[in-house]
Write a protein that binds this ligand. Structure first.
Ligand SMILES: [Zn+2]
Length: 306
């Protein structure tokens, strides 16, 4: 019997979510449980219980893709760079495949976001898509022709720790980043980054959403902070366009809700891009928080379904 659904799992630091998508991309079933933080064996068991529950309810056995907060090194099969510390150094792919009794595909959660938006989200129909997470940190990923570009070092699209391009005098040497460098894109464009920038300029401690509220109420300091943010994002994305030249850039994460960015940033990136007509579109995400499970499910393409 061929399955009429595929399963995507989003392994997060606080919850594990699984969803079954039909061929049109509609969610038929969704299950979530709390992540057994710190317990590797229980994490494997939790993934298995979610997949079992969905397959029992919908009937049939299907493909499983899993988005993880880190990457699996191809040469060793071990997890690296995960912010869920108990996964680091573990043979997660081998253990999940053994538990589920089938091959399973894994991808970084930022890459799952980009794949989700590229397959049937905001950038559906675009051949080359750059996706950006603007949240607690700044991440990114690249999808070309419906496939994640992982890269030789599994860091394709990870632009957050490049230095902010074309820095102004007051942006040098730049804030110290946890990675040990100064002036990383992340230190300006993450949620904590915009809050820290606002504090440096006017001495008021406000979070990103509060700065946006202040600006719309006519607060000049808040508006200035948003202007600096848009200008920095424009410079940072112009470099990506000069190298990758994507059809679309999709923003995700909490700061992607700043609606003014979608007009303001393309207006500002023009003077930093080596082309006098720029057709690259800057787009808000379509699937929001569902992108993790959706992108994981799409790790198996239609022609690869059982
Ligand atoms: Zn850094």
């Amino acid at each position: 019997m061929s399955a009429t659904f595929r399963i995507g799992v989003d392994l997060g630091g606080t919850k594990i979510e699984a969803a079954a998508l039909d061929h049109a991309g509609d969610v038929r079933l969704r299950r979530r449980i709390a992540t057994p933080t710190g317990d590797y064996a229980a994490t494997i068991a939790a993934i298995k219980s979610l997949v079992d529950a969905i397959e029992r309810e919908l009937g049939g056995r299907t493909t499983v893709g899993i988005g993880i907060p880190g990457t699996i090194v191809a040469a060793t099969g071990l997890v690296k760079n995960a912010n869920s510390a108990w996964l680091i150094g573990q043979p997660l792919a081998r253990d999940v495949e053994r538990a589920l009794g089938r091959p399973v595909r894994f991808a970084n959660d930022a890459n799952c976001f980009v794949l989700s938006e590229a397959v049937d989200g905001a950038a559906a129909g675009c051949a080359c898509v750059f996706g950006v997470i603007l949240g607690t940190g700044v991440g990114g990923g690249v999808v070309i022709d419906g496939r994640i570009v992982v890269g030789a070092n599994a860091i394709a699209g990870e632009w957050g720790h490049n230095p902010l391009p074309a820095p102004q005098a007051d942006e040098l040497p730049g804030p110290l980043c946890y990675c040990g460098r100064r002036g990383c894109i992340e230190t300006f464009l993450s949620g904590p980054g915009i809050a820290a920038d606002h504090f440096r300029h006017c001495g008021r401690a406000l979070a990103g959403p509060e700065i946006a509220v202040g600006a719309s109420a006519g607060d000049a300091d808040c508006q200035a902070s948003l202007d600096r943010y848009a200008e920095r994002l424009a410079r940072a994305l112009a470099v990506v366009i000069n190298i990758l030249d994507p059809d679309a850039i999709v923003l995700g994460g909490g700061l992607s809700r700043l609606a003014f960015l979608y007009e303001e940033v393309p207006r500002r990136w023009e003077r930093h891009i080596l082309s006098n007509s720029i057709v690259t579109r800057l787009l808000p995400p379509r699937h929001g928080d569902s992108s993790g499970v959706r992108g994981a499910a799409w790790l198996w393409r239609p022609e690869e379904m059982p």
